[in-house]
Design a protein around this ligand. Structure first.
Ligand code: PAF
Length: 282
C-alpha cells in the first residue's frame, strides 16, 4: 500500500490507472464496517483507494471534532493488511486551501432528519466528498447504509454534478448484540455498547410490527418511543419513517421505498441507526 498526502501526487498515480478504481472515503478510526466497504471495493474493482480525512466542516461548534477518535497507526496497519492499493491521507491545508473549492447545489434533503439537528452537516459532507471525487476520480464509490441519508445525498450529488461514478451501497455491520458499528462506539465501554443495542432492538420492534401488518406510522413510532423511553439513559433526537426519495415523513407504510431511521443520545453520544423496506427479512 502506498500513502499519498498531496492531490498532485495522487494525480500522477491516477493517470497510470486505466481500469476500475474503487474509492472508500473515511474519517479514520476504522472498524469492521469500513473494512466491509474495502472488501467490496476490492472484489469489484482493479484498484482500491481509501481516504482518511477528519473533515472539520461537517462538525458543528458544539460537536466532537476535537475528541473524535484518532487511531491512525492501527488504521494504516488494517488497510495495509486488507490489501488496499493507496491510502490518500491529506491534511486540512491540502483539502481546504490547495484543492479548488466547489460549489455544491443545496438540496432540500440537507434539512431533513440529521440535518434538523446538524444543519451544517451535509454542506460539510458534500463539499469534502466532491473535492475527494475530483481528486480520486474513482469509477466506483462505496458508502455504508448505516448513514442512509448521507448515502442518498451523495447519490444525488453524483447525479447533479454528473460524476461518472457508480455508487455501491453496503449493508450495515453490527456487533453480536445488534449495535450498528460506528467510530463513535469507541466512546462507550463494553457494557455501554451492550446497553446501546437497545436502539437496534427498538428498530426491530418496528420491523416486526410492519411485518405483522401495522401500517400506521404514528403507532409504529409510539411503539419505538415507549420501548426506548423505559431506559432513562436514552434520549431520542428523532424517530422517522420517511419516503426514501424525498425524506418526507409518511403517514402510512407504503409497499416500498421507505426508510425507518433514528438518532438517539446515549451518555451524550449521538448514535444513529436505520433500516429500509428492502431489509424487512433481515
Ligand atoms: O461517513 C464518513 O465517514 C464521512 O461523512 C465521509 C463520507 C468520509 C466524509 O467526510
Amino acid at each position: 500500500m502506498i500513502i499519498i498526502k498531496q492531490a498532485d501526487a495522487f494525480n500522477q498515480w491516477r493517470k497510470k490507472e486505466s481500469l476500475s478504481v474503487g474509492f472508500v472515503p473515511t474519517m479514520g478510526a476504522l472498524h469492521r464496517g469500513h473494512l466491509s466497504l474495502v472488501k467490496k471495493s476490492m472484489a469489484m474493482c482493479n484498484k482500491t483507494v481509501v481516504s482518511i480525512f477528519l473533515n472539520p466542516t461537517q462538525f458543528g461548534p458544539n460537536e466532537d471534532f476535537e475528541s473524535y477518535p484518532k487511531t491512525i497507526e492501527s488504521d494504516i496497519r488494517l488497510l495495509h493488511s486488507a490489501g488496499v492499493n493507496v491510502l490518500f491521507l491529506p491534511n486540512e491545508k491540502e483539502m481546504y486551501s490547495r484543492v479548488a473549492s466547489v460549489q455544491i447545489p443545496e438540496s432540500p434533503l440537507f434539512k431533513k432528519l440529521e440535518g434538523k439537528s446538524r444543519p451544517h452537516f451535509f454542506f460539510g459532507v458534500t463539499t469534502i466528498v466532491a473535492k475527494l471525487f475530483n481528486i480520486i476520480n474513482p469509477s466506483h464509490t462505496f458508502f455504508g447504509k448505516k448513514d442512509a441519508q448521507q448515502l442518498i445525498i451523495v447519490e444525488r450529488l453524483i447525479q447533479k454534478m454528473k460524476y461518472s461514478i457508480k455508487m455501491i451501497p453496503v449493508e450495515t455491520e453490527r456487533d453480536a448484540n445488534g449495535l450498528a458499528l460506528s467510530s463513535r462506539n469507541q466512546y462507550l465501554n463494553g457494557s455501554q455498547q451492550k446497553e446501546a443495542s437497545l436502539i437496534f432492538k427498538g428498530l426491530t420492534k418496528i420491523k416486526k410490527n410492519i411485518i405483522n401488518g401495522e401500517k400506521n406510522c404514528k403507532v409504529l413510532k409510539k411503539i419505538f418511543i415507549e420501548f426506548i423511553s423505559k431506559n432513562k439513559n436514552f434520549n431520542i433526537d428523532y424517530i422517522s419513517i420517511a419516503d426514501m426519495e424525498t425524506l418526507e415523513e409518511l403517514i402510512e407504510i407504503p409497499s416500498k421505498s421507505y426508510l425507518v431511521s433514528t438518532a438517539i443520545f446515549f451518555k451524550n453520544i449521538r448514535l444513529i441507526d436505520n433500516f429500509d423496506y428492502s431489509q424487512l427479512d433481515t
